[in-house]
Design a protein around this ligand. Structure first.
Ligand code: MN
Length: 696
């Protein structure tokens, strides 16, 4: 383990202005806070943050990052708080430590509940400062290096799987190939112990039997380039066991069939020399077509730059050769970290966001594919990532609310949601969620989706589900009413009506089944006669056809008119039998019958009022009502149920206004007389769904 003075010296070696006292304080703080905690290796726990800080010094990172590395587990695993860290080490370090702590939440989740792709995005979105991500990657690398101390094989495999799926790709994403390779190798050893043993064994064999081959080829490359006047550094290595394994798996071949086991790297002084060297290599040895890549003129999105080619040595051996400048090499191996460290030298106070760095790189390239990569990054800016209490991670559009969240988890959870706890606090369902929020949905079996939710949800899934649920609820309400009416109709029949008879009746009426039949009755789409006729064909023979009694003017007789004179009921006041009525003569239209308190009469019609009254057997007229319904799902269905339950057909229904609280409807009802209409108004007023009901 690095000693305190060694760590401080390392930092001072590349940053003479570093705050030595603060580094010392941070070292002592982590030793004190972790106290007697132990690692699986038996080492004191604080050896871990110290080693992570050591890894960060290898990247020549600034003092704040080193301090963050030292403190990275204190908030998560000890009694230290972010506030205390801020007081002792400043706001920047506190923010960075907090960032690393948040990323650590993820490690607490169980494996099956997270998607690797989601997690990588989450880590990127959360790592607003590249330094947070760098500390996290170094943390993981050190944990992988000490993984063999963990006794449980399951745990070792789980951590390795996570490293392979999440952290190694992330390291690659920010160009830290050294970290990526080491993580992959350590994870590979745990996940595929046999494959690992075979490959490392075969590589050791090659090394001993063909001993100097790598060196010999490196030397001949160097000589060829020297003859062309190029001053270069050549190194050769065997390919990484994990990349050999991957090739074997991808190409379904054995170790023996893998030809390019060795790879060489040529480091030049200038970019020009790189291209010159490539020319020499291609004229000295045979190149393999299709394997040449120019990442200097077109860098990868993470900033990687190099020339790649494959050559054939001594007739059969295929070797990969990479040519690049020394400077590119450093940037390549430590990616954005190196890039960032260079920038820091220019701008000592620069808190350069890694994203901006990435955008700069992307701006400098013209490759469509890389721009696409960049666009994907931009997409993360429109997303938020939130957790379930069990640690499942969900990706949602920005502006999403607990209702969106609930529907994203499961449509049932959305349907029964009545409230939400965000990070443990009760919050309204319309609250917009933030990155990293833990959201707990409070359910009630009696709850149902509210129409008002449509005003704030942002996901299509929630929107569609709410609409569907509201419609279904209305249908269900109508079906309940329909079934009541049906039972009354069925009770008039001498024999019991079974399920089969109901199905057949529905079929005769052209309806899908029992549920549809009940819904049609409830919505007054079919009347008693039709239902009876469908249940027992011929049973309504001799009874008047429904139209005969339901027509508004058909059964109306008015006393007080000269026989033969045409009349009609006025549409301003819709008089119904039972109302006191008067008549007005209208040229060419006969007599218009008004209710006596009709407003249009009061406004002074210049005509004689005829004193009229309803005939004895008068029945059927249209009454007009204004109904104010509470603005929530199901109220209209309830009103419709009242009309149907009172045997009043709806002739027309119009929504004339709507606001947050109420929907206003004007409805024309076919009723038999005033008493009938009055009963309906009373029933409406008694209903919870109705705020007001009146004749107009
Ligand atoms: Mn750690």
């Amino acid at each position: 383990m690095l000693r305190q003075y060694e760590l401080v010296e390392r930092v001072l070696a590349y940053d003479p202005d570093a705050d030595e006292a603060m580094l010392n304080r941070a070292y002592v703080y982590t030793v004190q806070k972790h106290g007697s905690q132990k690692r699986a290796s038996g080492d004191p726990y604080f050896s871990h943050p110290v080693e992570v800080a050591g890894l960060m010094t290898e990247l020549k990172l600034d003092q704040e990052t080193i301090v963050t590395a030292l403190l990275h587990d204190t908030v998560e695993d000890t009694l230290a708080t972010v506030e205390e860290v801020e007081r002792l080490f400043g706001a920047n370090v506190a923010r960075l430590v907090d960032g690393v702590t948040k990323l650590s939440k993820i490690e607490a989740m169980s494996e099956k509940e997270r998607a690797a792709e989601n997690l990588r995005k989450f880590l990127l979105a959360m790592s607003e400062d590249i330094r947070v991500l760098l500390v996290k990657l170094a943390d993981r690398l050190h944990n992988m290096r000490t993984l063999h101390f963990i006794k449980s094989e399951d745990k070792r495999r789980r951590i390795s799987r996570e490293t392979m799926d999440i952290y190694a790709p992330l390291a690659e994403r920010v160009g830290m190939y050294e970290y990526m390779r080491e993580m992959q190798l350590l994870a590979f050893e745990q996940l595929e112990p046999e494959g690992y043993a075979t490959i490392t064994g075969r590589l050791a064999q090659i090394r001993s039997s063909e001993g100097g081959q790598v060196d010999a080829i490196a030397l001949s490359i160097k000589q060829a380039l020297a003859e062309a006047g190029l001053k270069v550094e050549v190194s050769g290595r065997e390919k990484h066991p994990y990349s050999i394994w991957k090739k074997m798996a991808e190409r379904h071949v054995s170790f023996e069939q893998i030809t390019d086991i060795m790879a060489f790297r040529v480091l030049t002084e200038t970019v020009e020399d790189s291209y010159k060297a490539l020319g020499v290599l291609h004229t000295t040895w045979q190149m393999i077509p299709g394997r040449f890549k120019d990442y200097i003129s077109t860098p990868k999105s993470n900033g990687y730059r190099s020339l790649h080619t494959s050559l054939i040595f001594e007739n059969s051996m295929r070797m990969e050769v990479q040519v690049r400048t020394r400077e590119m090499h450093e940037t390549n191996e430590f990616g954005l970290a190196a890039h960032w460290a260079y920038k820091q030298q220019d701008k000592p106070d620069g808190q350069v966001g890694w994203l901006r760095d990435l955008i700069e790189i992307v701006d400098a390239s013209h490759d469509a594919e890389e721009l696409l990569e960049h666009t994907r990054m931009a997409i993360y800016q429109d997303r938020i990532f939130a957790f379930t209490p069990k640690g499942q991670l969900l990706q949602l559009p920005k502006g999403s609310t607990p209702v969106d969240f609930a529907y994203a988890v499961h449509s049932d959870l959305g349907s029964f949601a009545v409230g939400a706890k965000i990070n443990g606090r009760h919050m309204p369902l319309r609250t917009q969620l933030g990155n990293g929020d833990v959201v707990e949905i409070i359910k009630s079996r009696n709850a149902s989706p509210q129409l008002s939710w449509l005003g704030f949800v942002v996901t299509g899934k929630a929107r569609a589900a709410i609409r569907r649920a509201v419609r279904a609820k209305e249908r269900a309400e109508i079906a309940v009413i329909g079934r009541k009416l049906f039972d009354e109709i069925a009770a008039r029949l001498p024999s019991k009506i079974g399920k089969k008879a109901i199905r057949e009746a529905a079929k005769r009426l052209g309806l899908g089944g029992e549920e549809d039949l009940m819904a049609a009755i409830g919505a007054a789409k079919i009347d008693d006669h039709q239902v009876l006729e469908a249940l027992v064909p011929g049973s309504t023979k001799g009874l008047p056809e429904p139209e005969k009694w339901s027509g508004p003017e058909r059964a109306i007789s008015i006393r007080g008119l000269t026989p033969g004179v045409a009349f009609h009921l006025a549409e301003c006041c819709h008089p119904v039998p039972g109302d006191r009525i008067v008549g007005i003569r209208v040229p060419d239209k006969g007599v218009e019958v008004h209710a006596i308190d009709c407003l249009s009469l009061a406004s002074g019609v210049d005509a004689d009022w005829l004193d009229l009254s309803w005939g004895d057997r008068t029945t059927g007229a249209i009454g007009r009502l204004r109904v104010l319904l509470h603005n929530r799902p199901g109220t209209l269905a309830e009103a419709a149920g009242i009309f149907a339950g009172n045997r009043a057909n709806i002739v027309s229904l119009e929504m004339t206004g709507r606001d947050e609280l109420f929907g206003t409807y004007e409805v024309d009802l076919e009723v038999s007389d005033l008493a009938h209409l009055t009963r309906i108004v009373s029933a409406l007023r008694a209903s919870d769904a109705v705020a007001e009901a009146e004749r107009i």
